[in-house]
Structure formats: C-alpha cells, structure tokens
Design a protein around this ligand. Structure first.
Ligand code: ARG
Length: 854
C-alpha cells in the first residue's frame, strides 16, 4: 500500500504524538515502534498542535458514522430482512391405498379425524424433508375428502422471512420435487400418496374454512334437487365482511349441475363482493369455474357443471352494501362417458355438452362428420361462446374448438368452416378452469362445383345474395364480397380501394375505414367544424364567445363547466345561466351552480347490471327495459308501445291515437297500460302493474299524412310504484346531442318481420343514428326536423308494426339511459337503405314538459 506523504507543514512525530493511543497509528508505524510520550515539559508545544483537534473530530465522526451504519444494518436485518410473512397454500393429494367411506364427508366424524391425522403427518413429513419448506411450516389442516380413491384437501400455513418467501413459493409449486421427497423419504407406509399439489391461497378464504360460522356442506340426493341460499335470503341482505363457502357433493361417478336461480350481489368492481365456483373442494385458481358479481336477470342461464363429484361455492364480501344474494340449486347427473361422435347425413346439428349451460371443464369431444361422398361438407357455428378470461383469441391456449387445423375461441359471431371433401372433424377441448356456454352448430352438405347455387360464395364459405357483391357493405365477415370491385357511378372510391355509396361522403361517419370519405369535407387545418357546418379557428373553441353562431363551439369544453352565453346547443340551468358542457344532465357531476342539472335524476337505470348476451334471437331479459310499456286496446291486445317517464306519465306516438272508421283510438277509456311486462302471454305475473289511461294528449301539430310531430303524452289513472321491472327513463334536455353514428336501442313487441306477427317476448335491437341529410335522400325527402333516422342500412334490423310509440333509448355517461326517440314510421321494415324513423324527443321536450310537468 502506498503511503501518502504527510501534508506540508506537518511533521511526522507531531502527528504520531497526537494519535498516541490510536490503533491506526500503531499499525501505521509498525507494532514494534514504541510509544512516544508528549514532552510535558513544554506546554507551548501542546498548545500549538492545531491539527490534532481536527483529526480527533474526524475520527469521532467516522466512528459515529460506522456505528450508526452498524445499527442500521442490524435493524434492517432483524426488523425488515427477517420480518416473517404469512403464506397460505391450498393443496390436495390422492391416496391410492384407501377406500372412501361416507363418514369422510362429515368433518366431525371419528373416521375423518383418524384419516386426517394420517394425511396431516404425511404432509408434514413432505414439508420437513425440504429445507425451503420445513423450517417455516406452522400449521396444516385437512379440510375435506372426496372419492378417488380418496382425495384429501388441505391448507397449510407458513411464516417465512421475506427473503425466503420466493424459495418457499418455488418449492411448493414444484410438483415433482414434492412427490420425490415423498417416495424417497417416506417412513409412513400406511398411505400411498400421489399427485401432491399446492397453490397459493387467499388467507381470508382459508379463514372461512377455519371458522365454521358460514360454512355449509351439502350432498346431492338421488333424483332430487337441493337448493341453498346466501344467509338471510330473500328476507335480509347477506352479511358484510363475510367469507362463506358451500361444499357440494354428489355420489361417486356423478357430476354436479349447479344453477343460480336468482343472483344479486354488489356490482362488479375491484374490492366488491363476489362469488366464485370451483371444480374442486379447494378454492384454488387453476380449478375456478367462474367468478360472478353484479346481478343477473332470472332468464339468464347461470348453470355450471363439474367434471367430478364435487364443487365448491365461495362468497367474499366487503364492509359495505346490502344486497339480497343468491338462491341456487344443484343435482347430480351421471358422469359423461364420452362426447362427440359420428354424424352422418346431408345435414344435422350438434352442440357442446349441456348447451346452453356452461360446458364442464376437463373435457374433450370429437365429432366426425360425414356427408354423401359426392358432396362436400361445411359446419356453421350459429352461436359460439368459448371465452376464457385473459386468453387472447389469437392463441386459444385454454378452451378451444379446432376444425381443419385452426383453433377458434372467444365470443364469435356466426361463422362457417368449409371442407373440400365430404368429411370434417370438429374437436372441442375445455381445460381445468373457467367454462362458457359453448357452441351450437349445424353441418350442411354442398356441391363442390357450386357451393352456393345462384349466390355468391364468401371466402369463408358463407353464401350471400349476388346483389350484395360490391354494394359497399361487408356482408362476408372477411369482406371478400367487397374486394376487387369496380366502383359504379353512384359510388365513391375510398383511398383504400373500397367502393362506398356517394351518399355517405361527408356524412360524419367514417365509412371507408380510412376516413377518406370524410377528409374532403373537413375544415382547413387548425379549424373546428361547427354543428351548423361553419368552420372557425380552433382557438375560438371554448373562449366563452359563440363564434359558430349556434353555440356548438362552447358546449363541449374540458374542465369544469363554465357559464357561457346561451344558444341552441348550450344547456340552460334553472337560473337561466348556460354552461359549456355537452349533455350535462344527470351525468353525476353538478355543472350548474344551482345544481339543477342533477335534479330529477331518478331515471334511466336498469335493475340488472349485466348486459346479457343474446342467445337464440333478440329476446330481452326481464327488467332490462323497465320503462317499456305495452298499450292494449280492449279486445285487440297490444297495439302500441310507450315509455314511462315518471310515476304517472307515459310518452308515446300520436299516430297510435288517431280515430279510425270504426274505432275511436283517441278515447282514453279504450286503453290499458301494462308496466313491468316481459311476455305478452303472461300478463298476470305479480311484477306487472296494470293501469287505465286518464288522459291522452296528442301533439296539436301532428300531421296524419307526413307523421310530423308524432308524439303524445298519456296520464295514468293512478301512479305506479317503481320496482325492479318498472322504472322511468330519463328525458333529454332540448340541447342534448345524439350524434350521427351513435348506437341506440329500440325495444318492443312489434312484428318480427315485415308483414309478420308480433313477438310474445319483448325484443331489443341495437341500431345507429343516420345523418339527417343522407337519410332525407334515402327516404324521398320526407324528413322534418322533428324526425330522426335510426337503423342499420344493410337491412335486417329495425322496428316494425306494433313497435310504434315505444322507446329508442340511448346509453349516456354514468350508464343512464335517455329517451332519444319514439318509434314512428318506416318504409316497410328492416329493408336495406330504409332506416326506421323516430320522433326526435329533444325537439319536443318542451312540449312534453308543458303538458305533463315532467
Ligand atoms: N308505424 C308503425 C307502428 O304503428 C311503426 C313502424 C316502424 N317501422 C319501422 N320500419 N321502423 O307500429
């Protein structure tokens, strides 16, 4: 080591003298060097030794620093590095040399106690033999047994220093090593054990099995349905901060079918209440079948199947919320031996097992389909729900359907897979966890030379009408009907090559997909397009001045709503102040200083938080449209629809109440309103509220010829009581904006096809607002400002006869629904390029208020 020369002005003996007791100094000079004492005879010299004090201070500081470092390290080591964390695992293992006894189902039986002692000591032995597990094990408890020969379920608790936790996780996750330890070291020959697995568990759920206060065990009875409910159901809400579990069992070689008959817990959101169903007696993620939250209408299929004779249902609740909970039923079924099979003939249908219930986990089915040898075969999946949470549909790593070497999963609209031989094989695979509704499919034979006689064949195999080729609409799901087209005179050529109707240019909707049909109608750069079409410089937006002239540059500003000058498009508070926010009414934020935008907002909310999927048509769920009213006329049944807007008032269409030759439809005595109705054939259901009509007020400007001002308000003879299935819809402010392209819902019991008969179950359809100018040209200039076109221009979806007067509902922010329109008229029903026409409620809002007070 190089020694640094002493700094100038220092003499070595001096410094040495000042460090006379320091070890460092001793070492520096070698041990043999003697200690030199200060020349005490010369006090002057002592005083002059300046550098000595400096060094003392430095050394003391270093010492303090080292000492605190040491203390810090010790504190970290004992307090943080070694801080023990709790870890809980759920596991199960299979005992090969043991027979299952019925008494094992009862955890208080002596047989249960005896076997669990044995299993416990085996598990403890496994743990002991692993240095990463053994030292931290605190407790293991056997929670249940099931057949096969005997499967034992348990949880184990560990207290492990933080820095060892990962090693513990790894050791517990390693099945092989757990098994190996057992075979190598087992001194417990009484039990022959295999497939030991453990998964990290949520300690709070384990808590549930420890404390028996909300733990239930049920065994299916042969040929009987067993039901169970959340505590207190239906008279009181289930408890807060609860951990409940239901152990469901069936006889050996059976499986369980579980159905939630009513289901209403807190809405789905992080930290809220939920129910989880497992295909095991251990609440572990790899065996979870479904997580349920929110509420479901009674008509929704919530049936789940197990792959073995056990199932576990758990309920986890937080500190808030008062909800009724669920009522569930289960029964046993023989285990399915095989599924799939050989299908022959020219056509036929097949589905996943138990469709439309959720298919069981752990299942593989193969259908070998064969049509006559001179034909080819295709398979059409009419409904397809094979969705597993978190699995990308590109990979289909968990549940899937495989046809001709392609895997399909997720939720898919109807699709076709064709083969160019007379055979095709469809395989279905479901893994351990999470199941779905499955599919319903049919197979069809076709001529190889002409797969779609007289029609156009999509690349996907689907057949469509020849007229649909190159018409600007994608009728084939892969758009093969719109490729390599020559655009006609009536069409616009998009930059990307598609041909689209010239009418769609500049209609505010990106029809090309690359926006090229809308580019040319944009305002110049750094300009804003007003609702009246005017272009203004961008920096004039939200400057508090009406630069557009219609207020549209001041009605949609970010940040807190400001008071602005009033115009056609700005919302006016009760105080007559206008605010700079679009559609502020009932959006959950007070935007008016007097709060008037958030008053009278008990409307537009549906009772069921689940947006259900439509299975087999467009049937609504019970309670999905609680403002929908069915208006009946004595002796004629359902005639028109209407919407409930308060407990006494309905909004409907004026044309429903026009007198005809023999019937005076304008006479309120003729009419009866049914509220809470779902099925026209069941008008006596307890949910239904039936009211006579006190008064019908039709708009004085209603024109029987043009259908302009097609609106009416109806007063009920007595108010209704709001319930799950009877609730009002929100009425939009006159300034409310429903932009072109927005999706809305129309509902009703009208005809299900042009000239057809009415529906018994309330129908729903999602349709889109069409630009007014475009619509006017599609409908021979019959549009007035009181009308709005809404539909699907490809055809196929629309309102029809009998839907009149009914609601056209729009979902706004805060998920409230607003009445955007009233079903009024149409050119036929669901025809291509003939959208339905609706009364524009915003334009008649003031009239509604004036006559109904709502
Ligand atoms: N006027 C019809 C009725 O009385 C409603 C027609 C709606 N038609 C349509 N295509 N959207 O029920």
């Amino acid at each position: 080591m190089a020694r640094r020369p002493p700094p100038p002005g220092w003499s070595l003996p001096d410094s040495r003298a000042s460090l006379k007791y320091s070890r460092a100094a001793q070492e520096m000079n070698g041990l043999e060097e003697g200690v030199e004492f200060l020349p005490t005879m010369n006090p002057k010299t002592v005083e002059k030794r300046g550098p000595k004090r400096w060094v003392v201070v430095t050394v003391v500081l270093i010492a303090i620093f080292l000492f605190s470092l040491l203390v810090g390290l010790l504190v970290w080591h004992f307090k943080y590095r070694n801080v023990p964390v709790q870890k809980v695992y759920n596991g199960h293992l299979r005992i090969l040399n043991w027979n299952f006894l019925d008494a094992y189902e009862d955890s208080s039986s002596s047989q249960f106690a005896m076997l669990s002692k044995k299993v416990k000591s085996t598990v403890e032995e496994i743990y002991r033999s692993n240095e990463n597990i053994g030292p931290y094990h605190k407790e293991t408890e056997i929670t249940a047994f099931s057949e096969g020969s005997v499967i034992a379920y348990y949880w184990s608790e560990f207290m492990v220093p933080k820095h060892k936790a990962e090693a513990l996780d790894r050791a517990m996750a390693n099945k092989q090593s757990l098994m190996q330890m057992l075979t190598l070291k087992s001194r417990n020959p009484a039990l022959k054990v295999e497939s030991v697995v453990a998964f990290p568990a949520d300690p709070s759920i384990v808590q549930a099995s420890r404390n028996n206060s909300c733990s239930f065990s049920l065994h299916a009875k042969e040929g009987e349905i067993t039901s169970f409910t959340t505590p207190g159901f239906p008279n009181s809400p289930y408890p807060n901060n609860a951990r409940c579990q239901w152990v469901l069992r069936a006889d050996a070689d059976s499986i369980i079918s579980l159905t939630f008959k009513t289901f209403d817990v807190e809405p789905c959101s992080e930290g809220n209440d939920y129910i989880k169903v497992y295909n095991s007696l251990s609440p572990v993620e790899p065996h979870a079948l479904v997580t349920l939250c929110g509420s479901y209408p009674p008509s929704y299929n919530l049936t789940f199947l197990s792959s073995k004779n056990v199932m576990l249902v758990t309920l986890v609740t937080n500190a808030e919320g008062r909800r009724p909970g669920f009522r569930a039923e289960f029964f046993q079924l023989p285990k399915i031996k095989s599924c799939g099979g050989t299908l022959k003939g020219t056509t036929g249908t097949f589905t996943t097992p138990f469709y439309p219930a959720h298919y069981p986990p752990n299942l593989d089915c193969t259908w070998d389909i064969e049509v006559p040898s001179n034909k080819n075969v295709k398979v059409r999946f009419n409904l397809f729900y094979v969705l597993e949470p978190g699995v990308p549909i590109a990979t289909c790593t968990k549940d899937y359907v495989e046809v001709s070497n392609t895997k399909y999963c997720g939720e898919r609209p109807r699709f076709v897979v064709a083969s160019n031989t007379n055979r095709i094989t469809v395989q279905f695979h479901s893994d351990q966890s999470y199941t779905d509704t499955g599919f319903s499919a049919e197979f069809l034979s076709y001529d190889s030379s002409d797969p779609c006689p007289g029609r156009f064949t999509c690349k996907t195999g689907r057949c469509i009408d020849k007229a649909l080729r190159c018409d600007g609409w994608m009728d084939c799901s892969d758009a093969s009907d719109e490729r390599s087209c020559n655009c006609t005179k009536e069409q616009f050529r998009c930059s990307n090559g598609w041909c689209k109707s010239l009418m769609w240019v500049c209609d505010g909707v990106n029809d090309c997909g690359d926006n090229s049909d809308e580019e040319q109608c944009k305002c110049p750069d750094k300009n804003l397009k007003c609702r009246n079409g005017k272009c203004i410089p961008e920096d004039q937006k939200c400057n508090g001045k009406d630069d557009c002239g219609d207020g549209s540059d001041e009605n949609d500003c970010v940040g807190a709503a400001k008071a602005v000058s009033c115009s056609e498009y700005t919302y006016k508070c009760r105080s007559n102040v206008c605010v700079s926010k679009k559609n502020p009414e009932c959006d959950g934020t007070p935007d008016c200083a007097d709060n008037s935008d958030e008053e009278n907002c008990d409307c537009g909310i549906r009772s069921y938080s689940k947006q259900s999927r439509i299975v087999g048509g467009l049937d609504s769920e019970v309670g999905e449209w609680p403002w929908q009213v069915s208006l009946h006329v004595e002796g004629q049944g359902h005639i028109c629809g209407a919407s409930l807007v308060s407990n006494k008032w309905l909004v409907s269409a004026a044309h429903c109440f026009q007198d005809e030759m023999r019937i005076r439809y304008s006479d309120s005595k003729l009419w009866t309103a049914f509220l809470g109705l779902h099925d026209q054939s069941q008008r006596t259901h307890e949910n239904i509220q039936k009211r006579k009509i006190e008064r019908i007020i039709t708009h004085p400007n209603f024109n029987d010829f043009t259908y302009d001002y097609d609106i009416a308000v109806l007063e009920l003879q007595s108010p209704v009581t709001f319930s799950k299935v009877v609730r009002p819809i929100c009425l939009p402010d006159p300034t409310h904006d429903f932009p072109s392209g927005k999706d809305l819902w129309v509902t009703g019991w009208g005809a299900t096809s042009e000239g057809g008969s009415g529906a018994t179950i309330l129908q729903k359809a999602e349709i889109r607002i069409i630009n007014q100018t475009q619509c006017n040209s599609l409908l021979a200039n019959q549009m007035t400002p009181r009308m709005m076109c809404v539909g699907i221009l490809t055809g196929g979806i629309d309102a029809c006869q009998g839907d009149s007067g009914g609601p056209l509902a729009s979902v706004e922010t805060s998920s409230r629904m607003f009445l955007a329109g009233v079903v009024s008229w149409g050119d036929g029903c669901a025809r291509r390029n003939k959208p339905g026409v609706y009364t524009r409620v915003t334009h008649l809002r003031d009239w509604i208020k004036q006559h109904s007070g709502v």
